[in-house]
Design a binder for this molecule. Sequence first.
Ligand SMILES: Cc1ncc(COP(=O)(O)O)c(C=O)c1O
Length: 366
Amino acid sequence: MQVPFVDLSKTHKALEEELKQTFQQVLQASYFIYGPQVTAFEKQFSETLNTPYTLAVGNCTDALHAVLKMLNIKADDEVLVPALSRMTDAEVVSELGAKPIFVDVNEMGLMDVEIVENYITQKTKAIIPVHLYGQMVEMGELMLIAKKHGLFVIEDCAQAHLAKQSNQFAGTFGDAAVFSFSPTKNLGALGDAGAIVTSDKALYTACRKYVNHGASDKHSHEFPGANSRIDSLQAAILSLKLPYLTEWNEQRRQAANYYNNHFSKQLEIQLPKVGEKNEHVFNVYQIQTPQRTELKKFLKGEGIQTQVHYPKALPFTKAYSSLKHTAIDFPRAYRYQEQTLSIPLFPGISEAQQAHVVQCVNEYFS
Ligand SMILES: Cc1ncc(COP(=O)(O)O)c(C=O)c1O
């Protein structure tokens, strides 16, 4: 049996007719950039999260760039980022000439809030908690620390659409949040797309201008900005999909429960831990084992696709090799790098597919 890591065709098949209609409507309107579909999606996303402002942009990396730039993060500033994440957060900080300061992760693979204060200096301007895999960094504690030191908090929600902590949505705790809608995200477009969410009107307005060449309309450029736009088609597709997101997240949780229950007696692997106050949305389901590489190879032979999130923690990538970090600096991120394996999980994964994964993992260890 073949088990793909992600199978987007499951959800798209069910929406085929509505997707065709959406394509048709956008084609007929022929308003491909900044069309009314964009404003409609921004409003719908804000209403869903119960937050005042959403600005849809080209992708999450652009979204973070705009926010940090408009918060005036600049050369010599320091910004705390998790040692384990996608490259985006550290990269954007570096691109602005500022310095990413890596913070090790906890046993859930999330920025370890308990050690954050050790890294704060006179130069620290902001913290970027990444709600990795689909569950949230401890935000109550982090916001207190940020307030105490006068720091901005920008939440990276690329993997955490509608995740909650103490019943509050990811993206509604900090000064701003950034989302990715790339295809395999919990809410995914049919290409690249992203968004900024904030309750700060001045920041929202500044970011809106920034992504439009520093202008509030087509030609009134107030400062040099950038160009980051979401297509009307992608916005329309996101609007179509958003009402299904809660149900898809529930399907992800159920699939995660299936693995949890069926792996519970499997002593050779560590299952994902979920924070007490967290409602996880499982963009990624990852297990840990010292035999990761061998297990991955075995599963491939059995038709099961897996991935590694992430094969190198950021301080150990070539991009940051000049910092000369070693495993001792970030022991938990290093452990994730060496031992984590992400296994198939997506809305619509069948019980037979999950049973095959469980059976093959058990077979490997026996
Ligand atoms: C945690 C995280 N942050 C940021 C990004 C960047 O998103 P985008 O590709 O939309 O720029 C991703 C995408 O994979 C991600 O997983």
